[in-house]
Each structure stands twice: as C-alpha cells, then as structure tokens.
Design a binder for this molecule. Sequence first.
Ligand SMILES: O=C[C@H](O)COP(=O)(O)O
Length: 227
Amino acid sequence: MKLTAQEFGRMVDGACITATMSFSSQVDLAEAAKKYEFKQVYGFASYYDYLLKELKGTKTGVGGGVGSSLGAGTERTEVKVFEAQTYMNMGMDEIDMWMNIAALKNSEFDYVLKDIQAVRNVVPKGHNLKVIIEPCTLTSEQIETAVKLVVEGGADFVKAGTGFLGACTLEHARLMLRAADGNVKVKCSGGIRELAVVKEMYDMGVARFGMGVKSAENIIRLLKEEE
Ligand SMILES: O=C[C@H](O)COP(=O)(O)O
C-alpha cells in the first residue's frame, strides 16, 4: 500500500530530546506536531507541562521517556515506576521506557523482565508502553531475546533507539519484526533519514517512526512531492 504524507505524519513520534537544544526546539516540536498531526511528541521532561498544555485538544499525545540514562544508570526499577506513574498522573498518553540493556547483555533476563512488568503495572492498557532496546548495541541474538522479553513483559511496542548510539537500520527492523511475530508492534527510531528506508520499513510492517522534527518534515515533503 502506498504511504501518503498524511498517513506518515500520523505514524510519527516527533522527538526532541537532544540535551543541548534550547526551549525553542520544544516550541518547534509542538508546532510541527499540530501541523502534521504527529501521533506523539517526546520532548524534555522539564517541558512536559508545556507540551501537554500546547497540544491539549489536538490529535497528538504527549509521551514520557522513562529511564533515560539508557535504562541502567540511576534508573533502578522503582525510579522507572515513579517516573511512569508521575507521567500517567500528569495526563500523558504513552510511555517509552529504556530496557536495562546492561542487564540484558549480562543475561539477567529475570531482572529485565521484572523491570518491564513493574512499569507495565502503572501504565494501564490503552496507554501504549514501548520498550527501547537500542539494537545498534546488540547482536542479532540479543535483539531476538530483547524483543521476546518485551512481549513477555506485556508491553505494546518494541522501540529501536534514540539515534545517540547509532541508527536504526532495515536489518534492525527486520530482526525486531521477526522476533515480535505480531505480538508487539515495532517502532523504528533514531537516525532514520531516507525516504526509501521509511518506505521499506512501512512495507515490512513497522507501525511507528520516531524522528526529529526536521527529519520528519523532510520525509513528509518528499512524500508530498510524489502525490
Ligand atoms: O527517540 C529518539 C528519536 O526518535 C531520534 O530520532 P532522530 O535521530 O531523527 O533525532
């Protein structure tokens, strides 16, 4: 099926999480979200209130990032739970949490699973929970294991990454989709820049794209040129 600019806009989680960006980047994020009807936005936690106010009554939900020091820094499970609960209480729509990638790599699968389940417990069904696995840091086997833990943990999506550690590739999309086997949706994110890549991911069955504002706008422009 042909991907339209409008449909793509509705599949985008607009992201602006680069710590060196100023407040104006959050304003740009909110404006682009309104214009293209992004599915969600992910901004700086200190501006979540601004984004919630700005996007109230629009088609765009505000998502909360949980465990953002890549899932294993200061974010013990109870801290992730507190973050997720706080964002749900604030009226946020979806939660993107980082898997504890170090624990995954150390084969502490029970810890990884319980970490996801604990956050799921405070993110009611109907609010998507996505788990970020940063596939560029993992082997193919680890990606498969990570996705299976995401399924077992009761999340709704497996999400690729931030782009900080490397881009999400077609191969990552293929591996995540294969391991998900329809049991969780797949969000590709981080370093996605090419229209051809977006189209191929869409055809493969990717359900959501996480992108910075300028990159998403560029893809939308290219799709419009084809219409
Ligand atoms: O969650 C992070 C973003 O989706 C990263 O996307 P980007 O590489 O286009 O800034």
